[in-house]
Structures are given as C-alpha cells and as structure tokens.
Write a protein that binds this ligand. Structure first.
Ligand code: PMP
Length: 354
C-alpha cells in the first residue's frame, strides 16, 4: 500500500486529513449474528445504494473522540467506552441496531493502532476518530431499516479555533445568543444524530460572517434557558460562587467532556456544580465566567455573549483554566488518572499484520 504523506505537524487545524486505514462493519437484522466481523480497509471510498435510507432521511448517528500522545510518546485514548455507550443510545433513538460497546471500543483502538503514525507528536495536536452508523438499506418509504453500516476513520487535528483565525483568541470565543432552539422539543437532541447538525450550519455561518465564533441556542420549549452551542456544552460560573450547567434533557447532548468537567470540578477542585435550567438573563447578569466543553472544542472560555443587541463580557477565565489543565493533564498522561479515563493503545510489532 502506498504510504500517505504525513501532515506538517506545526500547522494542524481542525480539518480532515486522509490516513491509512478505515473500519467498516455491516449489520442485517435478518442475519445471525446481526453484525458481521468488521474489516479494516485501506482508506478509500465506500459504496452504498443511491436509495440507502440515510441518503434521503439522514438516518444516521456519529461520534467524535480523541487519542493523544503523552510526553513519553505513548498513545492514550480518552473515555472511548463513554462514546461507545452514547453511540449505542443514539442509534437506538433512530431505530438503528445498536453497535456492541466492546466492538466499538476494540475497533477504535485498532483504528488508532493502524494509523499510529498519524497521531501527532505530543503538544502538536490530537488524533480525532469519527465513528458513524447509518441505515444503509435501500428503501423508498419512510420507516425503520433492517441493514446498517458502521464506518470509522481518523484524522490528525489541531485546535478547533486555530491560531490566527478571526474571533477566538486566548481570551475565548464570542457567541451570539439566539432566541431559538438547536433541536426540536421532544426530538433527537440527546442523541448525536446527523439531522441535528444539518439545519444549524446556515445559522452558525450567518453569525460567523459577522465576527462571532458560534451561536448559543436557547431552549426550544420556552426560548428562555441556555442550552448549547453548535457543538459544545455550556457552563456558567456564578458571581455568588459555584458552577451551573443545563441539565440533560431533550435539548442537550450528554457531552463526554461535560461529564469530565463536572467530575473534575466536583471531585478534584471541590467546586459546587449544579445541573439545573439557567435563564439567559441570569447567566448574563449573575455569571462572571462562562466556558464551553466538547471533544473538538476542549474547554473554551467565552469572552463575550451578545443577546438582544447587547454585549456581555466575561473577563474571567480561571475556572476554565483549572478544569482544562486537569483534563489535558489526564489525557496526555502528565497527571495521574484517578478516574481511569485513559487507555493506552500499544504499538504492535512492526510487520505483524501487513
Ligand atoms: N453538544 C453538541 C451539540 C455536540 O455536537 C458536542 C460534540 N460532540 C457536544 C455538545 C460535546 O460533546 P463531547 O464532549 O462528547 O464532545
């Protein structure tokens, strides 16, 4: 297999780079066992029927997770079991066959191992893995499908808000708060479903062109409470002390970084974290710091939120910094991992497979 070139490690951004291997598994309800053995294939296109249900109906779910290199050169995955669980739950919401958790975790480990040379050197970036499941059955009418396709690939990435780009600087992102929900009431908001993202691209694009980094959606029920950005959960540090983040409901994706930040704040930093609805008015008047969490975003300070034509600045960044330092330290093996969140992906002896 011709080797793909490695990227320039000093100039990574959050953009896709082809790597050596992808994973593919197929499922069919009419077969026993439902899932085939799965295959690792050299990177390339995949063939699907033009009538595959996901092509028309967006019947698919995905995940995003990272591996990174420790100071001493080891490669560590972060909480991939949690992504496996969410992948299952997202699939169930769309009546797709849930992909077994152990199959997910072992395929992710193998994707990292086979593409190990694309895991950036320590401090230069991370290796982002994108597992996807779609309803692949050729089907004209709207309804549950019987055939499924799971694909996984990985790409080396740099920061989501790369250096030099307009907007996000060290002080954080600028958000436009919108009087609208990201997802429908009672819809698929708690699943990482493809369809949740399609409609938001235009919305975020409009505001990005006006100098914002992203938008902050209010809840779709009352358009009162803060929910999420396009791709991250949101936390507010109150002037009176303590942190608030919206509770998990139909408007919120249960972020793995959200859960990590809550646990680090509570268990390591001993800061009180309340998961409760928080109105935009309260967040802006009583908040002294705001930050966002996500696999791609990491933990990102919000420096300004514009709502109803008024700009509210959040000058503080220390809670975000304390949480990010601990999460990053665990992810890169620079700190002890009291939660058991990381898993080392060992290199196999050269030539063992090819
Ligand atoms: N909310 C939305 C809408 C997202 O797309 C993401 C990214 N997966 C998150 C929150 C953060 O989730 P995680 O920390 O698991 O990446």
């Amino acid at each position: 297999m011709p080797e793909r070139p490695l990227p320039d490690w000093d100039n990574l951004s959050f953009s896709f780079i082809e790597t050596d291997w992808i994973y593919r598994a197929e499922g069919d309800i009419g077969r026993k066992p439902l899932w085939d053995d799965g295959k690792f294939l050299p990177f390339g296109g995949i063939e699907v029927s033009p009538a595959a249900a996901f092509m028309s109906y967006g019947l698919g779910v995905f995940e995003g997770l990272k591996a990174q290199r420790s100071v001493d050169g080891r490669v560590l995955l972060f909480r991939h079991g949690s992504n496996a669980e969410r992948f299952r739950k997202s699939a169930e919401r769309l009546l797709l066959a849930p992909f077994p958790v152990e199959r997910f975790t072992s395929a992710v480990e193998e994707i990292v191992r086979r593409n190990m040379r694309f895991v950036p050197p320590h401090g230069k970036g991370t290796f982002y893995i994108r597992p996807i499941e779609v309803g692949s059955e050729a089907r004209l009418g709207l309804g549950p499908v019987a055939r499924f396709l799971v694909i996984m690939y990985g790409s080396p990435v740099g920061g989501y808000f790369s250096k030099g780009k307009k907007g996000a600087g060290p002080a954080g992102v600028r958000l436009q708060a919108l009087e609208q929900g990201r997802v429908a009431p009672g819809g698929t908001g708690s699943a990482k479903a493809m369809g949740n993202y399609a409609g938001g691209i235009m919305i975020a694009h409009i505001w990005k062109q006006k100098g914002f980094d992203d938008v902050l959606y209010l809840d779709a029920h009352e358009r009162k409470y803060i929910t999420e950005t396009s791709g991250s959960n949101v936390f507010v540090v109150l002037k009176s002390g303590g942190i608030v983040t919206p509770p998990l409901d139909d408007q919120i994706l249960p972020g793995v970084t959200r859960d990590s930040a809550i646990r680090v704040a509570r268990e390591v930093l001993k800061i009180r974290v309340d998961e409760r609805p928080i109105e935009i008015g309260e967040a802006l008047s009583d908040g002294e710091e705001m930050f966002c969490t996500g696999t791609a975003w990491t933990v990102q300070s919000v420096r300004e939120v514009v709502h109803g034509g008024r700009a509210h600045a959040f000058p503080k960044t220390e809670t975000r910094k304390a949480i990010l330092d601990i999460i990053l330290g665990i992810q890169t093996g620079e700190r002890p991992d009291p939660f058991g969140w990381t898993k080392e992906v060992a290199v196999e002896p050269a030539g063992a497979r090819r």
